[in-house]
Design a protein around this ligand. Structure first.
Ligand SMILES: Cc1cc2nc3c(=O)[nH]c(=O)nc-3n(C[C@H](O)[C@H](O)[C@H](O)COP(=O)(O)O)c2cc1C
Ligand code: SF4
Length: 427
């Protein structure tokens, strides 16, 4: 069994993530060390050398992102922790928040010190009511001990940290929509450039990082860049918390080296297929990424290996489906989600998601036509690479992949005028 890093404390019997428990297990030593031993530029360099890449979906190198922030000390800068976690199939940030909130807070403190930020925010998904309360309590506890606020540990570094609750929109996980929402406006993605590093919250330089990304920072500070980069591959370093759901015996979160083979993740950690059934399809990185089939089971889960296989590492949400699954129905459900969550600014996304769902629903209900299969591909083609944010691509790419691997199933629905799997649901 490989060493756990981010979820190590989850295994301590009775650990509830209080400040006392966190400190008793080595917590808040990284911020003390960084304030004594590192300059902000040195800390950015350490994170860059660790090779850490963002765990929110895009996999952008964290140290490089921090390095884009202007150095001008007069300029206000913000750090925003993205705790919106709304990607279907993804449920690892929630665990980090609920079970070790101070690990995240320490990561936020370190990132803020590195980029010269004095006011940081945690933007948390509105439905995570318990998680928001735990974070608010943890921030209050840290402030009472002088770990958040003015002149932290007598170093002269000060940081205010605010927990802000979202109102239940998937699009507010997209970083610029999140910033709009944090400013009190409707969560509509902004056109990029300018990127948040130069024009983010209140048009000031801003770093947006995912919960899991930031939770890694204390460990990198304590154990070094070389240690971190020795885990995984040269381009994908460290561990990843995979959330495995669907037709497996033991759904749950599993922290593994980022390059764990898919077969090991599903058949060893998650216990294999439920009721001994055959694996049919795996969505390896949340609902936005292309599906893979049994033939890819020996693919590793790092960014490059999954890209080579024709999919993406995305948010680390691994959805496993067995032979009883109707892929047309999967497409119908996934497209319904994106149709509902499209913010409507771009025609290709607003109309495309509606058409995808409408067409998939009629195929599923046995009212489809042979021409609908190519119509779906045509709609997808028109949705990609043309919009303000990547939601449109995220809605199109999975459907293309379902047709690539399971076209015969779509055709069967048309020919037999109904679902061969006996799917009776209507939505
Ligand atoms: C539609 C959409 C939804 C997203 N939702 C999330 C989310 O819930 N959490 C998250 O961390 N990143 C999400 N992202 C990615 C963010 O835009 C951003 O890349 C990320 O927060 C950056 O952090 P990282 O560099 O640490 O990964 C989403 C992106 C898109 C396009
Ligand atoms: S791609 Fe979709 S979600 Fe993104 S800005 Fe355009 S309409 Fe909104």
């Amino acid at each position: 069994m490989t060493e756990k890093i981010l979820t190590k404390r989850f295994e301590i019997p009775g650990y509830r993530g209080t400040l006392d428990e966190y400190e008793a297990t080595g917590g808040y030593q990284a911020i003390a060390k960084a304030l004594k031993e590192h300059t902000p530029a040195g800390l950015i360099d350490l994170v860059r050398r660790s090779g850490l890449r963002g765990r929110g979906g895009a996999g952008f190198p964290t140290g490089v992102k921090w390095g884009f922030i202007p150095k001008d000390p007069e300029l206000p800068k913000y750090l925003v922790c993205n705790a919106d976690e709304s990607e279907p199939g993804t449920f690892k940030d929630r665990e980090l928040i609920m079970r070790d909130p101070h690990q995240l807070i320490e990561g936020i403190m370190l990132a803020s010190f590195a980029i010269g930020c004095r006011i940081a925010f945690i933007y948390i998904r509105g439905e995570f009511v318990a998680g928001a309360r735990i974070l608010e309590q943890a921030v209050t506890e840290a402030a009472a001990r002088g770990l958040v606020g003015k002149n932290i540990l007598g170093s002269g570094f000060s940081l205010d940290l605010h927990v802000h609750r979202g109102a239940g929109a998937y699009i507010c996980g997209e970083e610029t929509a999140l910033l709009e929402s944090l400013e009190g406006k409707r969560g509509l993605p902004r056109l990029k450039p300018p990127f948040p590093a130069t024009s983010g919250l209140y048009r000031k330089p801003t770093v947006v990082n995912n919960v899991e990304t930031l939770s890694n920072i204390p460990h990198i500070v304590m154990r070094g860049a070389e240690w971190f980069s020795s885990i995984g591959t040269p381009k994908s370093t460290g561990t990843r918390i995979f959330g495995v759901s669907g037709h497996v015996r033991r759904p749950g979160i599993y922290e593994c080296p980022i390059d764990v083979p898919m077969r090991e993740l599903i058949f060893e950690h998650a216990g294999g297929m439920r009721e001994g059934r055959r694996l049919k399809a795996v969505i390896p990185g949340g609902s936005s990424v292309p599906v893979l089939t049994e033939q890819f089971l020996d693919t590793r889960m790092d960014f490059e290996s999954l890209a080579t296989a024709g999919s993406m590492a995305g948010s680390g949400g691994v959805i496993v489906m067995d032979e009883t699954t109707c892929m047309v129905r999967v497409g119908q459900i996934v497209s319904r989600f994106y149709h509902h969550e499209s913010c409507g600014q771009c025609t290709q996304c607003r109309e495309g998601t509606a058409w995808l769902h409408k067409t998939l629903r009629r195929i599923e209900e046995g009212r489809g036509r042979q021409a609908d299969l190519d119509l779906l591909l045509d709609i997808c083609d028109n949705m990609k690479g043309k919009t303000i944010c990547p939601l449109s691509d995220a809605a199109a790419m999975p459907i293309e992949s379902y047709l690539k691997y399971f076209r015969d199933e779509f055709e069967q629905h048309v020919v037999e005028r109904g679902c061969p799997f006996g799917s009776t649901h209507r939505s």
